[in-house]
Design a protein around this ligand. Structure first.
Ligand code: GLP
Length: 238
């Protein structure tokens, strides 16, 4: 297991006030560039509302054959454990990206189906580029406030605020309470990270995460220590 963060050339960029369409295009271009430069790259991929347009663009480019995913390995950041298949993140990624991009089943990885997800990632050479969102409580993937900094892939009880943000209480489907997520170390070991934040509900927490003290009460604040981080948000600082 790697014990220290990768140390590529120091590169940190925070790009604010970028309209959602442009932000999505920039993230999709970064993914496409990674695939063109390293056709067998390993990607860490999020779910949620924020990356949907980015995935649409990547799907379009793949369908018109300008992007080849045949050697790319895709690692989902997280997934629910006690949820029906239709709301699982496997289904989400299948629907929003894998089918259109033609990612073969052997190249789709999900922590729900791996005994040792970190070992699996390491055996493929580690994550090259990981896209992450941020929860309103500062979570990254499902690393909720209070997660250990020294965490690898693990199971979690979801925070009440996360359940509230992700599900309407009127949902006909059972609402999950448990998830499995890449740990803080798993994410920090990715050679490059791109954090995307969309919508004013993320404004205060993103500001706190990037300018406040590094504390596991705001798990995203750990990203201040990553040497190759790009942040894209569609709002300015308040
Ligand atoms: C979810 C996911 C995260 C995601 C975040 C933001 O709970 N576990 O990986 O980045 O919350 O989601 P959204 O983009 O819908 O705001």
């Amino acid at each position: 297991m790697p014990s220290s963060y990768n140390l590529p050339r120091l590169s940190r960029e925070i790009i604010l006030d970028t309209p959602y369409e442009k932000l999505s295009l920039q993230v999709a271009q970064a993914v496409a560039e990674e695939i063109r430069q390293k056709p067998n790259c390993n990607l860490g991929l999020p779910t949620g509302r924020t990356p949907i347009r980015c995935y649409e663009l990547l799907s379009q480019w793949s369908q018109n054959k300008s992007l080849d995913w045949s050697q790319v390995k895709c690692f989902a950041l997280d997934d629910y454990i006690d949820a029906s298949e239709e709301i699982s993140f496997s289904t989400y990624l299948q629907t929003h990206l894998y089918q259109a991009a033609g990612v073969c089943p052997d190249s789709q990885f999900n922590p729900r189906f791996a005994d040792d997800y970190d070992g699996l990632i390491a055996s493929h050479g580690g994550l090259d580029l990981t896209i992450i969102g941020i929860g309103r409580n500062g979570h990254i993937a499902f690393n909720e406030p209070g997660t250990q900094e020294a965490s690898w892939t693990h199971c979690v009880w979801l925070a009440q605020s996360t359940i509230k943000d992700n599900f309407s209480q009127e949902s006909a489907l059972a609402i999950p309470k448990v998830a499995v997520t890449m740990g803080i170390q798993t994410i920090m070991n990715s050679k490059r990270l791109i954090l995307i934040a969309n919508g004013e509900s993320k404004q205060a927490i993103l500001h706190q995460a990037l300018t406040g003290p590094i504390s596991m009460e705001v798990p995203a604040s750990i990203l201040q220590k990553h040497p190759n981080l790009t942040v894209l948000a569609d709002f300015p600082w308040k």
